[in-house]
Write a protein that binds this ligand. Structure first.
Ligand code: ARG
Length: 461
């Protein structure tokens, strides 16, 4: 069924209909389309643009359509042009002329904009919940491992000792910023475009505030051209989601490395790993790899949205129908990734002894050795140089800082005494890094408390 009969003498060709139709991907907004139409018809009734009787009948008819779709009694027609057309057509077939009054003072251009905003606002809430869930799991694990020593890396070279809890909480901070970005993006999504009409508002005495209040929008779009041609909120959400995927992908990459025999810092639960069809020994971190891989898809969605929007003149152009598949795919993918990643992390077994063993190699206490000399009065640069020479001597003689005899230390710098062995002890090096934001166990616990309190407050910046 086409709404725009009248001017046309021929029926639409099947190819054009298939090419033009968006029902296969916009039918997921049926609820929002109906909510928007209920609010619009109520407003039309209140403003006397249609009779109260018609408004009530339309509202009732739409509620029944909603119930019938949800119960499976009414199937959405895959041949319809889009969800808006389908619902209006169904209403008209049920109510006759009354149904035909629904589209007064409205266009599909402002209708589709309100539908997407209503739909995405709900999706943002779900994304927030899922992200909060992941952060809580991270906090739990971090608390458990606030004193688990592991090597910290730069350039993927062992650098300085840290705690595993501290490492995990770095991801909590990233995801907390993601929550801020999600909430922020929802704020800008929260303005109601209905009443923009096709592009130029309307001559009917509509009251947009009534519609906005009924739909729970905080604001109202203030320029009709912008109201129908803005898709910033799709782009913004896809970019927020892309950043979330960057974080999940980096986390995944680390988990994949940590699972390898080269590291063996962690082991994933059997329920969240997969095997190989040929190599019986294999246990693969597929979830983490897929999350890492799916980040590419979400970045692609963002690129698609930016590219679709960059060259189209005001106001609505059909190109904009391409917004939905991209933004929906980004939303679905991130939701799926968070849903799979969180229990994988929750059930991940940590192997502290392997982390400890790795931390004991690679001279990761060299900075602490230099700091020991600084505390004894040497300028840092001199201490750095002396320690560098000591490391070189250790490498040459196959020793570590812990096993190099004190006489050898003294040969390079006579400030050294037996106290150096205590100063370079791994626990000391990790646990005394208590500067604000540092890895010591107390800091990890405080950070977990802070992050948990922010989650409880639901106040994200
Ligand atoms: N299916 C269309 C979309 O998603 C709805 C708006 C149609 N408007 C129009 N002027 N053809 O963008």
């Amino acid at each position: 069924m086409q709404l725009w009969k009248g001017r046309f003498q021929k029926a639409l060709s099947k190819t054009t209909n298939d090419f033009n139709s968006s029902i296969s991907f916009d039918s997921r907004m049926y609820r929002e389309d109906i909510e928007g139409s209920i609010a619009h018809s109520a407003m039309l009734g209140k403003c006397g643009i249609i009779s109260q009787k018609d408004a009530d009948a339309i509202g009732q008819g739409l509620k029944e359509i909603l119930a019938d779709i949800e119960s499976g009694k009414l199937t959405i027609d895959p041949e319809a042009e889009d969800i808006h057309t389908f619902i209006e057509g169904e209403l008209t077939s049920r109510l006759g002329d009354t149904g035909k009054r629904l589209h007064t003072a409205r266009s599909r251009n402002d209708q589709v904009a309100v539908d997407i905003k209503l739909y995405l606002k709900k999706q943002v809430d779900e994304l927030v919940n899922l992200t909060e869930g992941l952060i809580r799991v991270i906090c739990g694990k971090a608390e458990e491992h606030s004193a688990t020593i592991m090597p910290g890396y730069t350039h993927l070279q062992r650098a300085q000792p840290i705690t595993f809890g501290h490492h995990l909480m770095a991801y909590a901070e990233m995801l907390l910023r993601d929550l801020g970005r999600l909430s922020d993006c929802k704020k800008r999504m929260d303005s109601m475009p209905l009443g923009s009409g096709a592009l130029a508002g309307t001559t009917y005495p509509i009251d947009r505030q009534i519609t906005a209040d009924l739909l729970g929008f905080k604001g109202i779009t203030e320029n009709s051209l912008d109201g129908v041609s803005d898709r910033d909120y799709c782009i913004e959400l896809a970019s927020v989601l892309s950043i979330i995927m960057v974080h999940l992908s980096r986390f995944s990459e680390e988990i994949i490395m940590w699972c390898s025999w080269e590291f063996k810092f962690v082991e994933l639960d059997d329920a969240f790993s997969t095997g190989s069809s040929i190599m019986p020994q294999k246990k693969n971190p597929d979830i983490a790899e897929l999350v890492r891989g799916k980040s590419g898809r979400v970045f692609g969605d963002l690129t698609a949205l930016l590219t679709v929007m960059k060259g189209i003149p005001l106001a609505y152009n059909k190109d904009m129908q391409e917004d939905k598949e991209a933004v929906f795919d980004a939303v679905d993918t991130v939701k799926m990734c968070l849903t799979a990643f969180t229990p994988m992390l929750d059930t991940m077994k940590v192997i502290p002894q392997n982390m400890r063993k790795a931390a004991a190699g690679g001279f990761i206490n060299a900075t602490d050795c230099a700091d020991y000399l600084v505390k004894k009065g040497l300028p840092f640069r001199d201490a750095y140089k002396a320690t560098g020479e000591i490391v070189a001597k250790c490498i040459e003689s196959g020793l570590t800082l812990e096993t190099l005899p004190i006489e050898e230390y003294k040969k390079i710098c006579d400030v050294f005494d037996e106290g150096v062995y205590e100063a370079i002890g791994l626990e000391k090096c990790a646990f005394e890094r208590s500067s604000r934001g540092g890895p010591c166990p107390d800091n990890v616990k405080k950070q977990v408390e802070r992050v948990s309190a922010i989650l409880d407050s639901k106040c994200y910046i």
